[in-house]
Design a protein around this ligand. Sequence first.
Ligand code: FES
Length: 72
Amino acid sequence: MIVCVCNNVNVDKVKASIDAGSDTLEAIRETTGATACCGKCQFKVNRVLQQHAPQSIEQDSFLVAQTVNGSR
Ligand code: FES
């Protein structure tokens, strides 16, 4: 499935970038080109990142959310 129409980037390419160590949208942009034009795909790419990221990244995101929300 294509996630970035502008740069013809599919889910598998984003997952491969994550597997290679990309842990931010910026890192995925640098390695795949996704989100580099109109940016409309950033939510889709971020969803793939959150769903495919190793457990530690998910925990980091959860801790950041808690910190931002003031619940920590
Ligand atoms: S759809 Fe990805 S940058 Fe436009």
